[in-house]
Design a protein around this ligand. Structure first.
Ligand code: CTP
Ligand code: MG
Length: 250
């Protein structure tokens, strides 16, 4: 390199924000969902390992239940995690959206790409994580992994009286629908401005970017990136872990 040549631009750095502050009401009574164990290891640790498994991810921000922040810090200290990855723990808020916003606020300036990943999707394969990052690196402001649906989806109206059956008002064309997973990947500035602009309740981050009028793109999701939501999902997650252990020769 000659003296007057410019240094090569620094490669985009990628951080992951993991909202883990939910209670897990639909899972039933017990510890906050992210702290429940699967195969003997807390769900949150599985999720952190899944994201840190990507060589591109150099920081993981865990958004913890506010009363469980110290416990989450000690869990991260107690479990083996890759040395190349840094960790931060911040307390979460009352809604997922608020928790993600608090995680974003804790991000140091040098990260240009942000992944947002549900702690409740502990088994996402690293290939899915890398596919999302690659699409953001290729220039998409927002990327979601998604799968086609098995079930037909119908829109209903409220029942005329409590307990009465709900009338169907529309049937959506299944072939054009996708079930969206995480990690969702973003150009950092885009995600930050979406969180500053959109105030109504949303269930994912990409929909906020859609509201800015930007295009969100879909990449293939994975069956094992399912969200642990209801009790039966715990059975499925345990089965996936058992199969992986068998395949890895544990
Ligand atoms: N989440 C969060 N802060 C909240 C609510 C949710 O960080 N105030 C996180 C959850 O911890 C989870 C992710 O958002 O990792 C997806 O939410 P969901 O699956 O709905 O989890 P919970 O809200 O915990 O479950 P439930 O809705 O059944 O109570
Ligand atoms: Mg929830």
């Amino acid at each position: 390199m000659s003296d007057d040549s410019l240094p090569a631009p620094a490669p985009a750095r990628t951080a992951a924000v993991i909202p883990a502050a939910g209670r897990g009401v639909r899972l039933g009574p017990g510890a906050p969902k992210a702290l429940r164990t699967l195969g003997g290891t807390p769900m949150l640790i599985h999720a952190v390992r899944a994201l840190a498994a990507s060589r591109a991810v150099s920081l993981v921000v865990v958004v913890a239940p506010p009363e469980g922040t110290a416990e989450v810090k000690s869990l991260l200290d107690a479990h083996a995690l890759p040395e190349r990855t840094d960790f931060l723990v911040v307390p979460g808020g009352d809604t997922r959206q608020e928790s993600v916003r608090l995680g974003l606020q804790a991000l140091p300036p040098q990260y240009d790409i942000v992944l947002v990943h549900d702690a409740a999707r502990p088994l996402v394969p690293v290939d899915t994580v890398d596919t999302v990052i690659e699409a953001v690196r290729d220039g998409a402001p927002a990327v979601v992994p998604a799968l086609p649906l098995a079930d037909t989806v119908k829109e209903v109206a409220p029942a005329v009286e409590p307990g009465a059956p709900e009338p169907v008002v529309a049937t959506l064309q299944r072939a054009r629908l996708r079930a969206v997973q995480t990690p969702q990947g973003f150009d950092r500035a885009t995600l930050v401005s979406a969180h500053e602009t959109v105030t109504e309740d949303v269930t994912d981050d990409a929909s906020m970017v859609e509201q800015l009028g930007l295009t969100v793109v879909v990449v293939p999701g994975h069956e094992e990136a399912f969200k642990v939501t209801r009790p039966l999902d715990l059975v499925l997650a345990e089965a996936v872990i058992a199969r992986r252990r068998l395949n890895d020769g544990f």
